[in-house]
Design a binder for this molecule. Structure first.
Ligand SMILES: [Zn+2]
Length: 256
């Protein structure tokens, strides 16, 4: 066991090929300045990311051309750049999402620098590489599914790279309206675990961002105008939703 210092994991074998955005599972007080003094007194083998971002700014723990031990997987450690969205246990939703935005901005700059385009191959989740809840808070807030959370991150990064997100929900018509409904993913006690989603007859769409609820209300209003009925609502268990997500694409639309 060795205390952390920059470069401890050695040089990356080549240009980074993707990014992983983590949630630190730290308290409201675990800010960038906290990690700056804590990490060098911490055994490196227990894990570290390249960048820590919190409400007080950014701590770049290691150079992007060095390997970081952040994913519990040697391939991802060697080829992925890594960020921690800090304060993921204590912050309010709004505070946490503000830190996420700062991370997206920093990821966008790094992806530009290395010529990477944000998509489902280049923006990955920790839980794809090892058994972990990470990114637990982003997961709960942005759809509780791999693709939905990836799409949230991708849309967030694209915004800071000046790339438009072209996804539009399928508009209700008299013909397709029987396929369309709104749903929540719920736990064993029937308690919602993520945001509200729309099944638009083609795919599941998470209406996220600060105007997400407004946009979904607008969609529901259009549905009622066209069909004369309220848009149906239902609940899915996580297992049902996982299965559903294999048959129908899960998309995230950022209504900021
Ligand atoms: Zn992680």
């Amino acid at each position: 066991m060795t205390l952390f210092y920059p470069g401890i994991a050695g040089k990356r074998p080549g240009k980074p090929t993707f990014v992983i955005i983590h949630n630190d599972a730290g308290s409201i007080n675990a800010c960038a300045s906290y990690y700056r003094s804590w990490l060098p007194n911490h055994e490196a083998e227990l894990g570290f990311a390249h960048v820590y971002i919190a409400k007080d700014g950014k701590y770049q723990a290691d150079d992007f051309d060095n390997i970081a031990w952040h994913s519990g997987n040697s391939f991802a450690n060697e080829w992925a750049l890594s960020w921690e969205v800090c304060q993921s246990m204590g912050a309010s939703d709004a505070e946490f999402e503000a830190v996420e935005e700062a991370v997206f901005q920093d990821v966008a700059a790094a992806m530009k620098r290395y010529g990477l385009t944000p998509n489902r191959e280049t923006v990955r989740l920790h839980k794809e590489y090892s058994a972990t809840d990470c990114p637990h808070r982003s997961w709960a807030l942005h759809g509780s599914a791999i693709n939905a959370v990836q799409d949230y991150f991708i849309a967030g990064i694209k915004k800071y790279m000046g790339i438009e997100n072209p996804i539009q929900p399928n508009q209700p018509t008299k013909e397709n309206s029987k396929m369309i409904y709104i749903f929540n993913v719920v736990d064993a006690n029937g308690k919602p675990t993520g945001g509200t989603m729309l099944f638009d007859g083609i795919r599941c769409i998470a209406f996220a961002g600060k105007n997400g609820k407004l946009a979904l209300d607008h969609y529901s209003g259009t549905y009622k105008q066209i069909t004369g009925k309220d848009i149906p609502t239902q609940s899915k268990t996580q297992a049902q939703f996982d299965l559903w997500g294999k048959m129908y694409k899960v998309e995230y639309i950022n209504f900021n």
